[in-house]
Design a protein around this ligand. Structure first.
Ligand code: SF4
Length: 325
């Protein structure tokens, strides 16, 4: 660990250990969401490269030592491209205790029967599934994927979970608050509430101003001046490199390499401290933070009064124009 006296105790340069880990166990995504830079990066990022098991365990073991609270097994990818995802989660779940938890965000299109059973057995705490529309045409337009398969996968997971009497994983569906989807939000809330599933509406982000999504990442976006990710979030790519945050799709802010460095050394190195200090002072010229925009706080559409109750699995009228792909 870097215990250089210049860093110790300074909340900007030495914020304590990371609160959460984002770990990319596999590269790429099978979707083509219009507001995501996946497959549109200038840097060539191949799909399907998996993190070595030894590297994965080393990262997790060090995070456990540091007391990381949230273990997110995804980062700029579709985590279910990794057939070993349930085993990776099980490795973490067996070693953590509340308030620590392990979480996955996925588009749900690869949530096969095998994956669903594996996740139910893995000890996964939270599963957030991105379903960007309940209209098949809009869904395909936004994601490049067939809606029917995703909904079938979710229904089957819920069926298996109910049959097992399992409390975990806690299931949540997410939509990005895009101009395209906004008109659908009330109906989507009603639909998912009828299934007993919470819908969360995520604020739009422009992924550090990524040029490839400039047309689609629109709305009431503001500078991301209050961002705490540099002080809270450790993002580890499939090959062990640490990126500055989950918006760094072009891998411009590489902070270290966990194949040859320890997390604590990377996290407290002068480079990280400098990035934190500059972001806090909004001295961001030349940093990707300079272009980073996020929707204003007022975009939250969740209604805390609308607590979903368990309902029949997709027994209510299916979304209009359901396709069969
Ligand atoms: S680019 Fe900078 S401001 Fe944007 S999310 Fe990353 S650390 Fe935060």
């Amino acid at each position: 660990m870097d215990d250089s006296p210049g860093n110790a105790g300074d909340p900007l340069t030495d914020p304590g250990p990371p609160d959460h880990l984002l770990i990319q166990t596999v590269t790429g995504c099978n979707g083509r969401c219009r507001f995501c830079p996946n497959s549109k990066t200038r840097r060539s990022i191949p799909t399907g490269r998996r993190m070595a098991g030894e590297l994965f365990r080393t990262v997790i073991d060090q995070c456990l030592e540091l007391g990381v609270r949230r273990f997110s097994v995804y980062l700029m990818n579709e985590p279910m491209l990794d057939p070993e995802l349930p085993q990776r989660i099980a490795y973490i779940a067996a070693r953590i205790r509340k308030p620590q938890y392990v979480k996955v965000i996925s588009n749900g299109s690869l949530l096969t029967e095998r994956m669903a059973r594996g996740l139910l057995d893995s000890g996964l705490d939270k599963l957030k599934l991105s379903v960007q529309s309940l209209d098949p045409h809009t869904y395909r337009e936004v994601t490049g994927l067939p809606l029917a398969r995703t909904l079938r996968n979710i229904a089957r997971l819920m069926e298996l979970k109910a049959a097992a009497g399992a409390k975990r994983p806690r299931l949540e569906v997410a939509m990005v608050d895009s101009e395209l989807a906004r008109a659908e939000l009330p109906a989507a809330h009603r639909f998912w509430q009828a299934q007993g599933v919470r819908l969360s509406v995520q604020p739009m982000e422009n992924r550090a101003g990524h040029a490839a999504i400039r047309q689609s990442a629109t709305g009431n976006l503001e500078r991301f001046t209050g961002c705490r990710r540099l002080s809270e979030q450790l993002g580890v790519l499939q090959d062990g490199r640490v990126v500055q945050c989950c918006a760094d799709w072009e891998q411009q802010g590489v902070m270290g390499d966990l194949t040859r460095q320890r997390i604590s050394d990377v996290w407290r190195a002068p480079r990280y401290g400098e990035f934190r200090r500059r972001l806090a002072a909004w001295d961001v010229a030349g940093m990707i933070c300079a272009g980073c925009r996020i929707a204003a706080a007022a975009t939250e559409h969740d209604d805390p009064e609308q607590q979903p109750q368990p309902g029949p699995l997709f027994a209510s009228p299916s979304p209009a124009g359901e396709e069969t792909a």
